[in-house]
Design a protein around this ligand. Structure first.
Ligand code: HMG
Ligand code: MG
Length: 298
């Protein structure tokens, strides 16, 4: 009962770059996103419309959004924390707004400077306005397994945030293993609870690969019928407000798994590897990617 097809969202230009200390010129970001747009991937998160003082690496979100060449087969999303961010994102062009908050009170406070309770009314307004503007909306929930400040998070805590975001009108939920601590039994426990409340089509899994568990966790999620995953090419990235958080699962590793077990994605592995090599070259450092190391040495 594995899904026949999986929809991957490439979050490299957002989650992958948000933590980069070296400035990456806008031209290079645009060229890279254009490459990603031609890999067959169906969704790309191209940047964040957040406070540029907090995430300086993505302060060119508007220019990026205005200048990328849009492939009509790709859904373009961006991170939006508040009404100001939504206004900029709508001007720059988005198909989907990604709102975000945490299941953990302390991570929410560090990341977006508010309590969970104070975040709901802000996101409710953003979600409503985005829907009224005809956009899709994803609700990201961070720290669904563990919080770097608070420890274990229960599935019930996650469910509460999911419920509020779904009531507010999000189309789907992306569940973030922000610091990459989950093992397959944690994924099972969370999905057992959430799938009693939401159809599997509403759930996206967003794994960081800090401890190399992401592929095992994706395999477990597939057995629950989950068919949407976030990833970054080359395993780029990390959350600047979650100490010890490394990159997302490498898109190329996920493709190797999915294609190997007969699940379609529509993505060319070769083109995705080339997009990985391109950004690796721009960053001037080796990405934490087995597949890129393998083809570079071949
Ligand atoms: P705040 O400080 O509470 O907000 O920030 P504020 O309204 O008081 O504004 C402070 C300053 O930010 C003001 O500027 C605003 O104009 C400006 P100043 O007067 O100081 O010059 N500002 C903005 N500027 C541009 N665009 C905006 C915007 N909003 C305010 N949209 C806020 C609240 C949420 C904005 C802030 O805390 C923030 O930007 N946080 C960014 C957090 C972030 O991007 N974290 C990483 C992404 S989340 C993640 O990686 C997890 C995920 O991948 C899933 C997972 O792995 O778990 C999604
Ligand atoms: Mg993330």
């Amino acid at each position: 009962n594995l899904p026949k097809e999986v929809i991957m969202k490439e979050v490299g230009p957002r989650d992958g770059l948000q933590n980069e200390k070296e400035w990456i010129p806008t031209e290079h970001k645009i060229a890279w996103i254009n490459m990603l747009s031609n890999t067959g991937v169906k969704e790309i998160e191209y940047s964040s419309f957040v406070n540029p003082k907090m995430i300086p690496a993505l302060k060119d979100a508007r220019e990026v959004g205005e200048r990328i060449i849009r492939n009509p087969d790709v859904t373009y999303s961006a991170l939006v924390p508040n009404m100001k961010g939504l206004e900029f994102a709508l001007e720059a062009g988005i198909d989907r707004a990604s709102v975000f908050m945490s299941a953990s009170e302390m991570h929410n406070q560090k990341n977006i400077n508010k309590s969970i309770g104070d975040t709901y009314p802000i996101l409710e307004e953003v979600i409503k306005e985005a829907k009224d503007a005809g956009k899709l909306v994803t609700g990201y929930i961070s720290t669904v397994f563990d919080c770097p400040y608070q420890g274990k998070i229960t599935p019930e805590q996650v469910l509460e945030v999911c419920d509020r975001l779904v009531e507010a009108g999000v189309d789907d939920l992306s569940l973030g293993d922000t610091i990459g601590t989950a093992v397959p039994t944690d994924v099972e426990k969370l999905l057992e609870v959430l799938l009693k409340h939401f159809p599997k089509e509403k759930l996206i899994l967003h794994f960081h690969d800090t401890r190399g568990m992401a592929i095992a966790n994706i395999m477990t999620s597939l057995h629950y019928g989950i068919n949407r995953f976030d990833s970054t090419v080359g395993g780029l990235g990390g959350c600047p407000y979650a100490k010890g958080a490394t990159g997302n699962v490498d898109t190329n590793d996920v493709l190797y798994l999915l294609h190997g077990i007969g699940i379609e994605t529509g993505i060319s592995e070769k083109k995705m590897q080339q997009a990985g090599l391109y950004i690796q070259n721009i960053l001037g450092k080796q990405l934490p990617s087995r597949s890129l190391a393998y083809i570079s040495n071949a």
